[in-house]
Design a protein around this ligand. Structure first.
Ligand code: MN
Length: 716
């Protein structure tokens, strides 16, 4: 189409222009032979779509994607062909638009479900690449403009969908021109009678209004030029549907609508806006209460302008809107304006961060029971009126009207939300269910101890906050489940005579975790807690392992008890380097404190303690790696058994003297045996307990003084 190419030629480089020309040809060939319902060749449609994408000021890739938007669907053109010819970005946008259009899942039969599915696709597209949705809007606009050729049923259906989905979408994106056109076109098909009546009502005074506007334009142009303010001035009529809405909503007649026509004054800077306002207010009397500063206080869709209503000649009121060119483009094309400037990258990042919440919201699909519920939740957030609030550092956050500090906190970050303790608005403490207002400065005070409360769910507005609070409780339930699961297992173990600690040693647990494909024992407890596993499933393998290991241990112990040993819990012996070794005194040598001793590691894992001069030590030393260094602890409270042999001449009263001596030295005799040689000499073996070797030595000296005693020696 000549018009598209002609329109683009001025702003495109030669290379860009050639590429666009190729795309026009490509679309024409792809749609060759196809007709619109109007009877015109089909390619009229994609070219009209591409032109309106261009008019919104969007990049060339978007314009080309607009040209090709119906080729994948209807013409058997493949994705890879488009990718090859026009690059990945174009191909992916075309694919995106196609997916939005396709009816998708054929199993969906109810109208509500189908609508939900379509909206879901729309939100996903917005989160992925907003340009896809802008192209879709341009597509819908042209289809609405040519709707008269369709049958009445289709007309009504398309008009309804446009009014319910596409116009609100355009509004949400701040695309003023698109929104007004879509609304007026739908209005005509949805309410033909009201539409006609309204037109008739407006008609009589319309000429007078336009004349007034023309005169005012001249006057203002002159006055502003005299004041040295450069300005571009244009007029606009209020669009039909917004007049209708205002009349219905405010229940007023048409003479109470003061902005039927408006003048637009477009200047270079914000300062010029206010200067121009001053000039204009000095020319006509302003209507009280009608001045609005949407520059200082932008509207909820970020619309910015100065509005004022003046009493013109003949007392006929008219509105003047004053704004910079940037504000104007933003108001007309909204989100599409993000691609308009050469420094577009930064504005796209800004756009990206604005849509971050949507991306995040889409991730919570699993928390909703149905697609319908999920989509409804996002729709509420997406299409509601917005409030603009500020972080303490001046960052603007837009939230659905009715949002609270908790919504704000979760928008900032999940962690901030989860640890919200108090909130301050404009420096004063507010309740957490406070309804935020435009331009509130919100400061969230967090604490690591603070946690979400269930009653937050009663007042939070955004689905994002709702989902995150619910998610927190789901996770918190995990902790409860772990606790409950552990208790269940402990109880079940006790009934079978086991302690939980005995059967949940790390080796056993590792097996268990592997068996059920979990990553740790807490997972197992959690599964027990919520009923995913039974205690029987968990308990039996654990007990099995415990029993097996216990048996092995007992066998090993029995095996190692080669010689008679006396075990003692408080041996008074320290094994160097080995804290927890069981220690026993070997039965052969009876060492006592301060004796030189050695330790020998037996097979049963214990250490047996021998006197250094014990007759057995010699061959134990051959097993050098089993020898450990042992020592007596400093403080000894107990006594140790010892055997002493006394060699004496036999005489009457000898045993009496021995026992007397021991008693006088406070020694408890534990055993005595005597053996007589064929000579007059007797060997007497005594067993008693002593504290240490010094004491033993003094006892032995005492025994040696007894009459007839030849020799006293110790058995080691
Ligand atoms: Mn189309």
């Amino acid at each position: 189409m000549k018009k598209l190419l002609a329109a683009c030629k001025a702003s495109y480089s030669q290379e860009e222009y050639e590429r666009l020309k190729r795309a026009v040809e490509f679309a024409k060939n792809a749609h060759a032979g196809q007709l619109r319902e109007s009877g015109e060749p089909y390619h009229i449609h994609p070219e009209a779509v591409a032109l309106s994408v261009f008019d919104m000021g969007m990049d060339e890739n978007s314009v080309i994607a607009g040209l090709l938007h119906d080729t994948l669907e209807d013409c058997g053109v493949s994705y890879s062909t488009i990718k090859e010819m026009f690059g990945e970005e174009v191909a992916s946008m075309v694919d995106g638009v196609t997916k939005l259009t396709k009816s998708g899942n054929v199993n969906i039969t109810s109208r509500e479900d189908r609508q939900a599915e379509n909206l879901r696709k729309m939100f996903i597209a917005i989160a992925k690449d907003v340009r896809v949705v802008i192209i879709k809007l341009a597509d819908r606009l042209h289809n609405m403009q040519t709707l008269e050729y369709c049958d009445p049923e289709k007309r009504y259906r398309k008009a309804k969908e446009t009014m319910e989905v596409y116009a609100p979408l355009a509004h949400r994106f701040g695309m003023g021109v698109m929104k007004c056109e879509l609304e007026d076109l739908s209005f005509e098909y949805l309410h033909p009678d009201e539409c006609r009546r309204l037109k008739e009502e407006i008609e009589p005074q319309q000429e007078e209004r336009m004349n007034l506007l023309a005169n005012a334009m001249q006057t203002i142009t002159k006055q502003l030029a005299e004041a040295g303010i450069e300005a571009e001035i244009g007029g606009r009529r209020k669009h039909l549907y917004s007049i209708y809405k205002k009349m219905v909503k405010q229940n007023v007649t048409i003479d109470k609508i003061y902005d039927m026509v408006a003048l637009r004054v477009i200047v270079h800077t914000v300062n010029d806006c206010y200067a121009a306002l001053g000039v204009i207010h000095s020319m006509w009397p302003p209507m009280p209460g009608r001045f609005k500063d949407y520059i200082a206080m932008p509207k909820t869709n970020n619309y910015r302008s100065l509005h004022t209503t003046l009493f013109g000649d003949n007392k006929m009121p008219f509105e003047v809107q004053i704004r910079t060119l940037e504000m104007h483009k933003a108001a007309e094309y909204g989100i599409a304006a993000h691609w308009m400037y050469k420094e577009g990258r930064q504005r796209q990042d800004e756009l990206d961060s604005k849509l971050a919440w949507l991306r995040e919201a889409l991730e919570y699909e699993s928390l909703a029971d149905t697609t319908r519920e999920f989509v409804e939740n996002i729709r509420k957030d997406f299409f509601s009126d917005f409030v603009f609030v500020l972080t303490p550092t001046g960052e603007i956050i837009d939230l659905p009207a009715g949002s609270t500090p908790v919504d704000f906190a979760y928008r900032i970050h999940t962690d901030v939300g989860n640890h919200t303790q108090h909130a301050k608005v404009n420096g004063s403490m507010v309740k957490l269910d406070y309804k935020l207002k435009n331009h509130d400065v919100v400061d969230i005070i967090t604490s690591q101890q603070a946690a979400p409360r269930r009653d937050w769910l009663n007042f939070v507005k955004t689905q994002q906050a709702k989902a995150k609070v619910k998610n927190w409780f789901k996770k918190a339930n995990r902790d409860e489940n772990i606790m409950r699961g552990r208790e269940m297992l402990a109880d079940a173990a006790k009934r079978q005579g086991h302690q939980l600690a005995d059967i949940t040693k790390s080796d056993y647990v590792e097996e268990m975790v592997k068996r059920y494909n979990f990553s740790n024992m807490d997972d197992v407890y959690a599964a027990l807690g919520y009923g995913g596993l039974t205690t029987k499933q968990v308990l039996h393998p654990l007990i099995e392992q415990f029993r097996k290991e216990k048996k092995e241990r007992e066998l090993a112990e029995r095996f190692s008890k080669g010689e008679e040993q006396k075990s003692n819990d408080c041996t008074g012996i320290r094994v160097l380097g080995e804290e927890n070794m069981a220690v026993r005194f070997a039965g052969c040598c009876s060492p006592v404190p301060n004796d030189a001793i050695i330790g020998y590691i037996t097979r049963g894992r214990g250490v047996s303690i021998h006197h250094a001069e014990c007759k057995n030590v010699k061959h134990l030393l051959e097993d050098a790696e089993r020898i450990v260094t042992v020592e007596w602890m400093a403080e000894q409270t107990q006594k140790y058994p010892v055997n002493v042999i006394l060699v004496s001449h036999e005489r009457v009263g000898l045993l009496m003297d021995i026992t007397q001596t021991l008693m006088s030295m406070n020694v408890n005799l534990m055993g005595i045996s005597a053996k007589k040689d064929d000579s007059e000499v007797v060997n007497i073996q005594l067993s008693f307990e002593v504290k240490n070797s010094e004491y033993l030595n003094s006892i032995m000296r005492g025994l040696g003084k007894i009459e007839g005693v030849e020799r006293v020696s110790r058995v080691v």
